[in-house]
Design a protein around this ligand. Structure first.
Ligand SMILES: Cc1ncc(COP(=O)(O)O)c(C=O)c1O
Length: 373
């Protein structure tokens, strides 16, 4: 790609990221110490929940599910409309994913979940697609009725609000991602939020090999349980902390571009934006749109054509039930009509905090030419 080409995403950073990163470089322990602790404290204050920082959103889901499922395993209901990590980590934690269709906002809903609940069901993972909050109240009511836990995959949802409260504060646990394209980005990174400090303590142990250090003799330790090396380095934590402190500014910038898209798309009769207006507050992680009446082949052709012209659009998602690795988890008569319908028409527009209005108009113009009215 040359410099005139428009990427799907570009990092946005300031003097603050630069300063914190250099300070971390001067630090005494690069492996994850002072800056990880600072980031955890900042997240704890932001969310009002215990925060355990880990090396990715995937690691966050893996640890959270390991704790929630325990030795017993069991089934976990998960939307087919999500990234693979939401469901793969159920398997890695010893459980069985049960894929559910989504509602017209591409979220799990009681209507899609309830028919899948069985005596083997242990919990539900809800994913706040594109940073638009899923119907948490209805899903929490359902969980209460069937004695299930709710895990929020809030990897898209920093800082989305549901009924005035941050997404990530509702489930028994929540997973956050600081992957390069997310609203808080540190290259790789993530965190788990818990209301129960005991679970947070266990998660801290699992992220470092299940080790408990002897504080009297720090060279000595006991491996109490088998864990992983899911620690974040201090460099990544320093960048994530700067990004968290700048979130009000970057969120506003993403919102400005998103509003520009929404207004400019009114002239494109074949394109319908994702219904963001139904939600009180969204993170603007993604800006998905639907090409009304299109087929997956037409959509793929469009994405290919625009890439050739130097404009990167993307697809979120090809639903999980369409992927080979999930075929063992499908039930014989299961259908996913809403996800299938959306899969034909959907694609995502480029969006990042420092995107210029000119770049956003360039995307709209390219669509106007490629999809004539
Ligand atoms: C919905 C969702 N869940 C989980 C993840 C995994 O996060 P990470 O890439 O930080 O492992 C992602 C990230 O891409 C995601 O979009």
């Amino acid at each position: 790609m040359d410099s005139t080409e428009l990427h799907f995403y570009q990092p946005s950073f300031s003097e603050l990221e630069r300063r914190y990163l250099l300070q971390a470089l001067e630090g005494r322990y690069w492996g994850g110490g002072e800056w990880v602790a600072r980031l955890e404290e900042a997240l704890r204050l932001f969310y009002g929940r215990e925060a355990v920082v880990v090396s990715s959103g995937t690691a966050a889901l893996h640890i959270a599910l390991t704790l929630l499922l325990g030795e017993a395993g069991g089934e976990v209901i998960v939307p087919t409309w999500t990234f693979t990590a939401t469901a793969s980590e159920i398997v890695h934690a010893g459980g069985v994913p049960v894929l559910a269709d989504v509602d017209e906002n591409l979220h799990l809903s009681p209507q899609t979940v309830e028919p899948l609940i069985s005596p083997r069901t242990r919990g539900i993972i809800v994913m706040h697609y594109a940073g638009a909050p899923a119907p948490l109240k209805d899903l929490l009511d359902l969980c209460k009725r069937y004695n299930l836990w709710l895990l929020e995959d809030a990897c898209h949802a920093i800082p989305s609000l549901y009924e005035g409260q941050l997404c990530g504060k509702f489930g028994t646990a929540a997973a956050l991602s600081f992957h390069a394209t997310k609203p808080i980005a540190s290259g790789q990174g993530g965190a788990i939020l818990f209301s129960d400090p005991e679970l947070a303590k266990k998660a801290r142990q699992l992220r470092q090999h299940g080790i408990r250090r002897n504080l009297e003799a720090p060279w000595d330790y006991e491996v109490e349980t088998l864990g992983w090396n899911y620690m974040l380095s201090d460099f990544q934590a320093a960048v994530a902390l700067a990004q968290l402190e700048r979130l009000p500014e970057t969120h506003q910038k993403r919102q400005n571009i998103a509003r520009l898209y929404t207004s400019a798309l009114q002239d494109l009769s074949h394109i319908r934006p994702y219904p963001f207006e139904r939600f009180q507050s969204v993170s603007w992680h993604l800006y998905p749109v639907f090409w009304k009446g299109a087929s997956a082949e037409q959509r793929d052709k469009l994405l290919r054509e625009l890439r050739q012209k130097g404009i990167q659009l993307s697809l979120h998602y090809k639903p999980l039930h369409r992927h080979k690795a999930y075929s063992p988890y499908l039930r014989p008569t299961q259908r996913f009509p809403q996800a299938e319908h959306a899969y034909n028409e959907i694609f995502s527009l480029p969006l990042w905090a420092d995107m210029t209005e000119e770049q956003a108009y360039k995307v709209i113009e390219a669509l106007r030419i490629a999809i004539p009215a």
